[in-house]
Design a protein around this ligand. Structure first.
Ligand code: NAD
Length: 260
């Protein structure tokens, strides 16, 4: 029970990677707050955890809405007494070549990934500093925090930006024992990726099978997808790490697609 009695708020935890982290955190003893735009799905995820012996609650949160973010974090603290861990994970993907893309989609992508990370970080740091017990802030980056791919300009830009934010949080948070790190997964078969396979096939004029083999997994060491379990284990390790020695870092979990 490496996270026994820790309180963790995870954005975008109604689905995919965030949901798996919530489940693993509950198994590791944490009280988990599932913060998501999709409240019904967030409640269903919390129910699933509570039924299997964990402790979880759902809060409605659009990460780009300042008031909803502040309220969601305040509700978490009111319910569970404190906040020890923030996972800034909510995200979407919109693919298009730059020349065919729109300013509206560019702004939407940067808002969800970067404004969302900033707003949740600010609210979480305020709560952690007030409680005086330190904390761990983890951003869901991507191999695209380090590498580029065509068709993903705003996603790659935002994911690179999270590394900068995490480094500043590591420096500003140190005196209050707040650590900050980024997890950078390779491709994981969540709804976010399932949607992209036919979209990329169309954009690149290749088969869906070739999108998987020749685009998504081409540079891995073994042709394998990363799994939600791989990412969740990394999130447990980072949150449970006991000192400020591990801060301001990014951990790449990608079957060797990107090696740093
Ligand atoms: P997913 O689509 O399965 O889940 C995303 C969740 O975020 C959903 O529950 C959705 O409702 C929620 N969400 C979307 N917009 C939101 C908003 N404005 N406010 C609050 N919640 C919102 O996707 P996933 O693959 O689990 O992705 C989670 C994170 O992991 C994202 O940041 C994504 O960029 C990152 N990531 C995914 C992969 C991958 O291959 N799946 C790889 C690297 C990084």
């Amino acid at each position: 029970m490496v996270l026994k009695d820790k309180v963790a708020l995870i954005t975008g935890a109604a689905s995919g990677i965030g949901k798996e982290i919530a489940i693993e955190y509950a198994k590791a003893g944490a009280k988990v707050v599932i913060a998501d735009l999709a409240l019904d799905a967030a409640k269903a995820a919390a129910d699933e955890i509570n039924k299997s012996g964990g402790t979880a609650m759902a809060v409605a949160m659009n990460v780009v809405d300042e008031a909803q973010v502040d309220k969601g974090i305040a509700d978490a603290v009111a319910a569970y007494g404190t906040l020890d861990i923030l996972i800034s994970n909510a995200g979407i993907q919109i693919i298009a070549p730059i020349v065919d893309s729109t300013l509206e989609n560019w702004r939407k992508m940067l808002a969800i990934h970067l404004d969302g990370a900033y707003l949740t970080t600010r609210a979480a740091m305020r709560a952690m500093i007030k409680a005086g017990k330190g904390g761990s802030i983890i951003y869901m980056g991507s191999v695209h925090s380090h590498e580029a791919s065509p068709l993903k300009a705003p996603y790659v830009t935002a994911k690179h930006g999270l590394i900068g934010l995490a480094k500043v949080v590591a420096k500003e948070g140190a005196k209050d024992k707040i650590r900050s790190n980024v997890i950078c997964p390779g491709f994981v078969r969540t709804p976010l990726v399932e949607k992209q396979i036919p979209e990329q096939a169309k954009e690149l004029n290749i088969s869906e099978e070739d999108v998987i083999k020749k685009v998504m997994l081409k540079d891995t060491v073994d042709g394998e997808f990363t799994t939600t379990a791989d990412v969740a284990q990394t999130a447990v390790f980072l949150a449970a790490f006991p000192t400020n020695a591990l801060t301001g870092q990014s951990v790449v979990v990608s079957h060797g697609w990107f090696m740093q």
